[in-house]
Write a new protein. Structure first.
Length: 334
């Protein structure tokens, strides 16, 4: 309707402008052009001044690859799978289903960080993203087990409404290991292979689930490889993904316990985040020093990394907190 009104307005502009002096005409025409840009759904001006949905899929895979490889440490498997998944999804003009990825691993291994990098790169320029990136925290948004039926309805309405407004919406669910059983299955209809549901197309949406569940299994496999003198780079991705899907389906501490999303194969990728070794924690400390504006201090880097590498108790090979407390440790040490 706005566009029709704008079109009608421009039809009458030639008949109005002769009555104005040249300066007034220029101002008038300039204002009309601005109004037209603001009314147009894909205009550069509207997207620069206001929030708009980027439907042109301008995600630069080489840039996101550089961000992931430069900022995320020790997660070659996760980076590899994420890049492959995003590339396949972005190169399809009309994906058959939404892209659904489930991140698994110990706390501090980079699950939230990778999801943030995806969000930052999904929309062009510095357009505010809060309307199109939706982050659900289980503790904050779904705290009461007795309200699960209400949460299901609210979640469905929220996803349906936001994808109607912007098909390329990103939904991030954190603390999935604490989500009430059965709640996440309420979004199952939106994740399947459908052209449209009630006139809404969901294929361009992206769903990310962040889980600590499965972290112990991943660590167990990584530790077994290390003890057999094998490289973590040689851990087969397919083996890990299969084990993860089985593990979280049976795990009562998982929001995917007996979930239809897994049983109906609606999660496209189970992505393992490996436990961080001493050398990876060193990288985290070095990066944090840079972020806080400090010069590199090898003695401090070694001290913090050694203190954080605490698992298993005998080998002290991995950091049980990943890089979670690096920032506060650096701050206290300066």
């Amino acid at each position: 309707m706005k566009l029709l009104n704008a079109a009608a307005f421009f039809i009458f502009v030639p008949t109005l402008t002769p009555a104005l002096d040249p300066l007034s005409t220029s101002v008038f025409m300039g204002g009309a052009a601005v109004a037209w840009q603001l009314l147009s759904p894909d205009s550069w001006l509207k997207c620069s001044l206001l929030e708009c949905c980027n439907m042109k899929d301008t995600l630069n895979l080489s840039v996101i690859k550089m961000d992931l490889e430069r900022k995320v440490f020790g997660q070659h498997l996760a980076i590899q799978i994420v890049l492959r998944a995003l590339s396949a999804n972005m190169h399809s003009k009309r994906p058959r289903k939404p892209l659904v990825m489930s991140f698994h691993g110990w706390t501090g291994t980079g699950k939230s960080f990778v999801s943030r990098i995806i969000a930052e790169n999904l929309y062009q320029l510095n357009i505010p993203r809060r309307r199109f990136v939706h982050h659900f925290s289980t503790i904050l948004h779904f705290p009461h087990l007795s309200h699960v039926h209400l949460y299901k309805e609210q979640l469905q309405n929220w996803i349906r409404g936001n994808i109607s407004a912007c098909p390329r919406s990103l939904f991030i669910f954190s603390e999935m290991d604490q989500m009430p059983h059965g709640l996440i299955d309420s979004i199952m209809p939106f994740l399947g292979y459908h052209e449209e549901i009630d006139g809404v197309y969901y294929g361009k949406a992206i769903f990310l689930f962040l889980n600590n569940a499965g972290g112990d299994k991943i660590t167990e496999i990584a530790l077994d490889y290390w003890r057999r003198l094998k490289r973590r780079e040689d851990i087969p991705v397919k083996k890990l993904q299969a084990l993860l899907s089985e593990e979280i389906l049976r795990n009562r501490n998982s929001g995917f316990f007996h979930s239809q999303l897994i049983q109906k194969n609606l999660i496209d990728y189970f992505i393992p985040f490996l436990p961080l070794e001493y050398k990876h924690v060193r990288d985290c400390v070095r990066e944090e020093l840079r972020m806080q504006g400090h010069s590199e201090n090898e003695d401090l880097i070694t001290e913090i990394a050694l203190a954080m590498t605490d698992y298993p108790s005998e080998e002290r090979l991995y950091s049980s907190k990943g890089c979670k407390t690096v920032a506060s440790r650096v701050t206290l040490s300066m």
